[in-house]
Design a binder for this molecule. Structure first.
Ligand SMILES: NC(=O)c1ccc[n+]([C@@H]2O[C@H](COP(=O)([O-])OP(=O)(O)OC[C@H]3O[C@@H](n4cnc5c(N)ncnc54)[C@H](OP(=O)(O)O)[C@@H]3O)[C@@H](O)[C@H]2O)c1
Length: 360
């Protein structure tokens, strides 16, 4: 295994790490195929055998806490200090109006439940699962700082926060002398490149923020299942599922085919090509993967030894033909993208995001 420091923290994370979102149950309606406890435990065991030390979780994973319980059961067999364990807080855990968001009340109550389910005294990393427009940022930063002071967490982090939100956070931590987040867990893949390649680098470099990349297989588009398919071959359900990718890139299926041909030439699988490519993006500290299949844990982990030289990387870029171009100063494109996303998000309906986005 190879390790990197997570941001400017002193903590070493394996460059491939293990996610447990589908473990134990369906998380809201997004997880179609929950992973059973038994399969989950086998994959965790394989991951640890291969040297993976970072296990990622969230309070909501596996239908509200079940994934945390599975990890809790799993780590009892090991020395706790072998692991970096993370969980997250933010999404509604019940109908209780305070059982959601990043208020001091919710953060303090959530961490105790999370630690109990994980059967551990502390988390290595605690993420704010999204930005909470309904809670003053200072309240959230103070609450995370409290948890560090109390020894319940070692570091705090964010997930999918925008550069401007992170900059505000660092402004607060510097002004008040509080602990700053050590990384952002960011959606990043060959078709969704803007955040990691354009938006976050300046903020991340300046503040020493690490990046944990997730969704690198682009919701299964890059697993190999779609290698030989054209757009018209996709089922109605798949077309709906991948609509955001297809709308942005009508040539996506041809690109997937070209990438799979390149993987074949290199005698590796498409997921291996994708993981190897992602690991070599300078800003990325670790790449999250998840599966129900121990053989796939091994296959994905082998990508740490795959070197993609500049010629192959150029071939990948010319197949993708989507290298993001920095937006010129003064344009509003990223603002417009994000406000539309927020307005359409299901959480806008339960008041997590404000209807009025002037704050952003
Ligand atoms: N911060 C956030 O908001 C957020 C959101 C989503 C996910 N995450 C984290 O990221 C982790 C990974 O989730 P993800 O959405 O990024 O999923 P992913 O790891 O990109 O893909 C998962 C899917 O790909 C399939 N797969 C994995 N390796 C494969 C291989 N070698 N060949 C073929 N298929 C393969 C798996 O199917 P099988 O199970 O059938 O193998 C699985 O359903 C989560 O568990 C969670 O920890 C974070």
């Amino acid at each position: 295994m190879k390790f990197r420091k997570l941001g400017k923290s002193g903590m070493h994370v394996s460059i491939i790490s293990f996610g447990t979102m589908a473990y134990g149950g369906a998380q809201y309606k997004f997880t179609e195929n929950p992973v059973s406890r038994q399969d989950g435990l086998k994959c965790l065991e394989k991951a640890v055998d291969l040297g993976i030390n970072y296990i990622d979780c969230a309070d909501i994973y596996g239908a509200f806490g079940e994934a945390e319980r599975i990890i809790g059961e799993f780590i009892q067999e090991y020395d706790r200090s072998n692991f970096i364990i993370s969980s997250k807080v933010m999404f509604p855990m019940s109908k209780n109006a305070n059982d959601r968001g990043l208020s001091k009340k919710h953060i303090h109550e959530s961490i105790d439940k999370t630690l109990k389910r994980l059967k551990t005294d502390y988390l290595d990393l605690y993420y704010c699962h999204r930005y909470d427009f309904a809670t003053p940022l200072e309240e959230t930063v103070n609450a995370m700082n409290d948890l560090i002071e109390q020894g319940k967490i070692l570091h705090w982090a964010t997930s999918n926060w925008r550069a401007v939100q992170l900059e505000r956070t660092f402004g607060i931590t510097t002004r008040l002398g509080l602990r700053a987040p050590v990384c952002d867990q960011t959606k990043y893949n060959m078709f969704q490149r803007y955040a990691v390649e354009i938006e976050l680098p300046y903020t991340a470099d300046y503040h020493g923020l690490g990046i944990v990349a997730y969704r690198v297989l682009a919701e299964k588009l890059l697993t190999g299942k779609y290698n030989a398919l054209n757009l018209e071959d996709l089922s109605v359900e798949d077309k709906r599922h991948f609509s955001s990718y297809i709308e942005k890139d009508p040539l996506i299926m041809e690109k997937i085919r070209k990438l799979s041909e390149l993987a074949q030439e290199l005698d590796i699988s498409l997921p291996q090509l994708v993981y190897a490519w992602t690991m070599q993006i300078p800003l990325v500290d670790t790449v999250l993967m998840s599966t129900r299949n121990p053989d796939r844990v091994e296959e994905n982990t082998q990508s740490i030894d795959i070197k993609l030289d500049s010629e192959i990387r150029e071939k990948i870029e010319s197949s993708l033909n989507n290298r993001p171009i920095p937006i010129r100063r003064g344009t509003t494109e990223s603002y417009v993208d994000f406000t539309n996303f927020v307005r359409q998000h299901p959480l806008a309906k339960v008041g997590i995001f404000p209807p009025d986005l002037h704050d952003f």
